[in-house]
Design a protein around this ligand. Structure first.
Ligand code: BAL
Ligand code: ZN
Length: 858
């Protein structure tokens, strides 16, 4: 297949002023009639070429005249009409089979209901249309179905509805805002609704409706509350007001994405919408809050202003992630949120950047755009926006964003146009900043310093380097904001934070009046998505760990110390004195009465095995796992009594509340349980069993179950069986039962995972269940995925091939764990590569998997 290239972009030569869709819904034979008002905007003589896949064409007519088959060309991907007037009405009628659609793109059935997912290119499986984001049209949608499909929903405002003969009914929707086809949505079925309203800053009342499976309305209350908070926050933080009279959200169980921002009708994976204390963890509550916000925020950053082409995906995604991260920071505390965001960035994006699937935030070619809904586009895209704010300052940043909203509202635009608004509003030349969008790879920044006590002068030298990535052998220096502060050896502030902008390959700054030998706290708040090495002494990290007023860097100092200790041990040079000192410092940090429990919980978690593997070349997952296990055991022994005490002190919450403070207490008590499992003597096991058995919130039940898996044996098997018996009819909770076993690093986990694929409750057709088991194992269980026999790799390759047959998007997301084969010791890397080769050679492979497997092997 031929790649699509950014450099080949051409505007569509027609405008579609209005789009009228009429749906006659039947699960296996839905009729779709599309009436398009078309006007030529390009050169005379250009044919009209529409996307269309898996459509059974019934008829096509121009201005009321039916076309015969020799008047158009039809292939598997397009309908092309050579000879069309300059302005005309096109009517096509097609038949589609939603019940056979297991790819979950376009119109499909989930739980007996009709629903859609059109981003990026699903609309072309519904009707013939220019399915590209720069063709904006005003939609009217008429839906007709059996009355058993009680709610008939689409974008915009409800214009009409009523009964029809033969037990059928209809609804007509109109969306006054021009939109690209990827934002189209339709839902039809029996649903319960939780309703409320919101008064906007200009005093308009917006009706809010959340639709869920019958009987589940109470589980939507938190999402609805998060929606109202998001609407208010976007008015206050960015001056953005909602624009329709109605905002709807629908939860569906079978969904490839987390959620989708369709205009006025967001569709959510039910795992990111439904929450009650017994059936959702605190992590779920956090995710629901942030994803509800994310999809709502898209109304301005994505919908009102959309992307000219799919290469500009980060224009809406990076910016919207930045907005949802800012919202979450305001809701839940800046430092804790930042640490969580950076952990996720390192786990997913740094790993992507370090392997053959590395790509720029704005890529320049692709086979399937579905493959670019990546951590790089989303999370690194958000980091770029964050750096822009850091470099320009909050005021100029806001002015640039206001200009962007004002200038481009109603348009499909580009990253260049976006950056131009900030350059204009701030008066700064941002041309070098643009390289952040075009250059893949994580820059390495090194910091060295010299202190002259007599002159009380400190000089700091920063330098940068980015390793070559696939297709980009030569890298240019990037503008990197490095926020730096100074502490005294006693941990007192010597100098407050200052942003140093490293623009060339290296830069030296000299600071006068530094009264004593400083401890340097650099890259505060993780001011840029880079890896930092410094010439600091280990003792400095202990000063930062104990006292840095920048809480991100306080946490980071602990991670740096732990990383060093684990990697030394993995390399065969354990530092037992250092490990004791670290455990002791951790104990002191836990005693800090002023610190937030959520922050302490983060301190207790050692760097992940994935994070550690990124720091060595080649990585030996077994050695890393063992070294990390031993450090955890040492901490558990050293702090055992203290951990038990904290666990006890964090117990009583009274009535459950999902707020950040209550969640922080639960996070800390579960972090204690997690560590105590590393020293499984009888008292600790008893405490963990008690924790699991007395859990009323799912966070505690999952924390207990995970710890019991680490302990193993009879208490573990009893707990797994009890959990399954209790929750086997609750799909979202049962997903977690699969996931916790997939992530269990104990020996024997691979055998358990293989057996679970045969379990009656396993369903590869449901992305949530499939990802819980297969992605949980491949991405979150390095110790067992990298089994020296290669059985873990074989399992993953088998699963990719099985699922690719019907859901290529979900299959392709699993290529990455094998794709990183070059980073591992050859004995493992060779086995990984061979499985990738087997996948790539399989007959009938989708373009999605072919593209990623191909890139991984290049
Ligand atoms: N646009 C796809 C889902 C999301 O990022 O919101
Ligand atoms: Zn998004």
């Amino acid at each position: 297949p031929q790649p699509i290239r950014l450099s080949d972009y051409r505007p569509f030569p027609f405008e579609i002023e209005t789009t009228h869709l009429s749906f006659q819904l039947e699960p296996s034979a839905t009729r779709v009639t599309a009436t398009l008002k078309v006007k030529r905007t390009g050169a005379a003589g250009e044919p009209l070429s529409l996307n269309g896949e898996r459509l059974k064409l019934i008829s096509v007519a121009i201005d009321g005249q039916a076309l015969s088959a020799n008047q158009y060309d039809l292939d598997d991907e397009r309908l092309t009409i050579d000879d069309v007037p300059d302005a005309f009405e096109l009517v096509t009628q097609v038949e589609i089979d939603p019940s056979a659609n297991k790819a979950l793109m376009g119109l499909y059935m989930s739980g007996g209901r009709f629903c859609t997912q059109c981003e990026a290119e699903g609309f072309r499986t519904i009707t013939f249309f220019p399915d590209r984001p720069d063709v904006l049209s005003r939609y009217t949608v008429r839906i007709e179905a059996d009355a058993a499909f009680e709610h008939l929903l689409s974008n915009g405002n409800l214009m009409d509805s009523g009964e029809l003969p033969d037990g059928r009914h209809f609804a007509v929707w109109n969306d006054p805002f021009p939109k690209p086809a990827y934002l189209f949505a339709l839902v039809a079925g029996r649903l319960d609704v939780l309703a409320d309203d919101f008064t906007t800053m200009s005093g308009r009342t917006v009706a809010l409706k959340v639709f869920v499976d019958p009987g589940q309305a109470s589980r939507a209350a938190y999402a609805l509350d998060a929606l109202k908070r998001s609407m208010k926050w976007d008015e206050e933080a960015f001056g953005r007001e909602y624009d329709l009279d109605l905002f709807m959200i629908v939860a569906v169980r079978d969904f490839n994405f987390g959620a989708m921002e369709n205009k006025g009708l967001n569709i959510f994976n039910s795992s990111l919408l439904l929450a009650e204390p017994e059936t959702a963890t605190d992590f779920d509550y956090e995710r629901i809050e942030s994803v509800v916000a994310h999809e709502y925020f898209h109304n301005w950053t994505g919908n009102r202003i959309t992307c000219r082409d799919w290469f500009q995906l980060c224009l809406k995604e990076g910016l919207t992630v930045f907005r949802d991260q800012s919202f979450s920071a305001d809701m839940r505390g800046e430092a804790v949120q930042r640490i969580k965001d950076v952990k996720a960035l390192r786990a997913r994006q740094f790993a992507e950047d370090a392997g053959p699937l590395a790509h720029p935030v704005r890529p320049s070619s692709y086979l399937k755009i579905d493959n670019f809904y990546t951590a790089t586009i989303y999370e690194k895209g958000a980091e770029i926006i964050r750096m822009l704010k850091t470099i320009l300052g909050a005021q100029a940043f806001r002015a640039g964003l206001d200009l962007y909203f004002e200038r481009h509202d109603g348009e499909a635009t580009t990253v260049e146009a976006f950056i131009a608004c900030f350059a204009e509003a701030s008066g700064r030349d941002l041309s070098s900043f643009f390289s952040w969008y075009e250059q893949a790879g994580t820059p390495s920044v090194s910091l060295t310093h010299a202190y002259d006590a007599a002159a009380q002068a400190l000089s700091i030298t920063l330098s940068q380097k980015t390793a070559p990535t696939s297709g980009q052998p030569v890298k240019t220096p990037l503008p990197i904001p490095v926020t730096i502060g100074l502490l005294s050896q006693d941990g007192e502030p010597l100098r407050y934070s200052e942003v140093v902008l490293l623009e060339g390959e290296s830069l030296t700054v000299c600071w006068e009046g530094v009264a004593e030998t400083p401890v340097i706290s650099a890259l505060r708040g993780f001011s840029a998505p880079v890896t930092l090495t410094t010439d600091a002494r280990p003792a400095d990290a202990y000063v930062l760990f104990a006292a840095d007023p920048d809480l991100f860097n306080r946490w980071e100092a602990g991670q740096t110390l732990a990383r060093g200790l684990i990697l030394s041990r993995a390399a065969g040079a354990p530092d037992e004195v250092g490990e004791e000192r670290y455990a002791q410092a951790l104990g002191q940090a836990l005693d800090d009465e002023a610190a937030d429990p959520a922050f302490k919980a983060l301190l207790l978690a050692l760097p992940s095995e994935g994070d550690l593997a990124l720091a060595v070349d080649p990585a030996d997952p077994a050695a890393i796992h063992e070294a990390r296990r031993l450090l955890r055991a040492r901490i558990a022994v050293h702090l055992g009594e203290q951990l038990g005490r904290i666990h006890g002190a964090m117990q009583s919450d009274g009535e459950f509340s999902p707020d950040a403070a209550s969640a922080g207490r639960r996070a800390l008590r579960n972090a204690c349980v997690d560590l105590l499992a590393a020293d499984p003597h009888a008292d600790n096991v008893q405490r963990i069993v008690g924790h699991f058995e007395s859990a009323s919130a799912l966070t505690d039940a999952m924390g207990g179950l995970s710890a019991l898996l680490a302990v193993g044996g009879e208490p573990c098997e009893t707990a797994l069986a009890a959990f399954h018996a209790k929750w086997r009819h609750e799909p979202l909770v049962l997903d977690k039962w699969f996931s916790v076993q997939a992530r269990d690093p104990s020996e024997g986990a691979l055998k358990r995972v293989l057996a679970l694929t045969e379990h009656a409750d396993f369903d590869a057709g449901n992305p949530n269940r499939f990802r819980a088991l297969v992605q949980g194992f491949a991405s979150a269980n390095p110790a067992r995925f990298h089994d020296p026999s290669g059985a873990g790799y074989r399992f993953l390759a088998d699963q990719i091939l099985a699922v690719d047959g019907f859901n290529p998007m979900t299959a392709a997301r699993l290529v990455e764990p094998l794709g990183s084969w070059r980073r591992y010791v050859p004995a493992l890397g060779d086995l990984m590569r061979r499985e990738l080769e087997r996948v790539k050679a399989a007959p009938g492979l989708s373009k999605n998997v072919l593209e990623l497997a191909g890139r991984a092997l290049d």
